[in-house]
Design a protein around this ligand. Structure first.
Ligand SMILES: Nc1nc2c(ncn2[C@@H]2O[C@H](COP(=O)(O)OP(=O)(O)OP(=O)(O)O)[C@@H](O)[C@H]2O)c(=O)[nH]1
Ligand SMILES: [Mg+2]
Length: 332
């Protein structure tokens, strides 16, 4: 049997109990409560592609959220957990906020605001290179109305000069008030430790919600599906990734300590299925190999991954698909 991972992600099954403490052994929570601990929930929100998921991974120090160069990568809320001194920080990764068109877009954007409203504090990310465009301005206007402690995080500072940065910060704080401002590069790690330290010092007093070694809260089967979707995003171009969704349909622990995982990639048209499969199945094989390697690394078990591609016209209007992604189905 392989050793269990020391840094735990979560249980392989679906999390039916939504309460944060659901996975924590009782004695651990009580011990933490006695030791004057702090615990804060911080939602990371911002426009698509500003680097929210990259920042979560940098804060946690391990990959818990998928990242791609395309917009609208994150679809659902995900928690990355960090323990810093006597504080536990629970970061909530959210989908990017933009003007939604499709039903899926509406579900994602409304999920992002739910994440913000459920947190103690909201870290608003803006992309230093992109500046305050119309989309960012709209988010800042909405953020100004949020009844939450707000922190401004200017990300991607590796891409711009200092004077540009300072002008950007000034513009942002004219639009919404913030209790603190940080300039970071989630990619290089610049400024990330400072941000973490400050949040730990500011977190409200209270018991920890998770055991010390847990680094994320999402069912492993969902994370495994996300990893395959990330490989799809990285491999395929144009609109195709947005018209696909990945679900883990089978997860079986085998006697030899390995695990057999089955996943279905849903696309909307037969022509898209062909693209995902590629000539002689070459594309899906590459995606499968990359996903398998990464899932195995995360769960620290050998993985046999079986991918199926199904055409499901208008899956974007199928409530069952939303349940699998972990989103509320918008009825209009
Ligand atoms: N140069 C630079 N690139 C970054 C930085 N942070 C993130 N990126 C890149 O920005 C792109 C988007 O990153 P994500 O973390 O997926 O962005 P996101 O905000 O989670 O995007 P959505 O989930 O689509 O809303 C990726 O190509 C990252 O590598 C940074 O600090 N500097
Ligand atoms: Mg993301």
């Amino acid at each position: 049997m392989p050793e269990r991972p020391r840094r735990r992600h979560a249980a392989p099954g679906r999390n039916t109990d939504d309460s944060p403490a659901a996975n924590a052994p009782v004695e651990q929570i009580e011990t933490a409560a006695e030791a004057h601990t702090r615990c804060g929930f911080i939602a990371l929100i911002g426009a698509p592609n500003v680097g929210k998921s990259t920042l979560i991974n940098a804060l946690v120090g391990s990959k818990v959220a998928i990242v791609s160069h395309k917009v609208q990568t994150t679809r659902t809320l995900l928690r990355g957990i960090v323990t810093e001194g006597n504080a536990q920080l629970i970061f909530i990764d959210t989908p990017g906020i933009f003007a939604p068109r499709r039903r899926l877009d509406r579900a994602m954007v409304s999920g992002a605001w739910t994440g913000a409203n459920d947190a103690d504090a909201v870290a608003v990310l803006i992309d230093a290179a992109r500046g305050i465009d119309q989309e960012t301005a709209a988010i800042l206007a909405d953020v100004a109305k949020l009844d939450r402690r707000r922190i401004l995080v200017v990300n991607k500072v590796d891409l711009v000069e200092k004077p540009t940065l300072l002008a950007l910060v000034k513009d942002a704080i004219d639009r919404a008030s913030f209790v603190a401002t940080f300039m970071v590069s989630a990619l290089t790690g610049d400024g990330v430790a400072d941000l973490k330290r400050w949040l730990a010092a500011e977190a409200p007093a209270g018991p920890w919600h998770y055991p010390e070694d847990q680094i994320m809260d999402a069912p492993l089967r969902q994370l495994a599906a996300e990893i395959t979707r990330e490989k799809l995003y990285l491999r395929l171009h144009q609109e195709l990734p947005y018209q696909s969704t990945v679900e883990t349909t089978g997860w079986k622990e085998l006697k030899d300590g390995s695990v057999r995982i089955e996943q279905t990639i849903f696309v909307e048209r037969a022509s898209q299925r062909k693209i995902v499969l590629g000539r002689n199945g070459q594309t899906i094989r590459t995606i499968g190999a990359q996903a398998r390697r990464e899932i195995a690394e995360i769960i620290e078990q050998e993985v046999h991954l079986f991918l199926f591609v199904k055409v499901r016209e208008a899956w974007g209007d199928d409530p069952e698909r939303y349940r699998e992604i972990g989103l509320e189905y918008p009825t209009e």
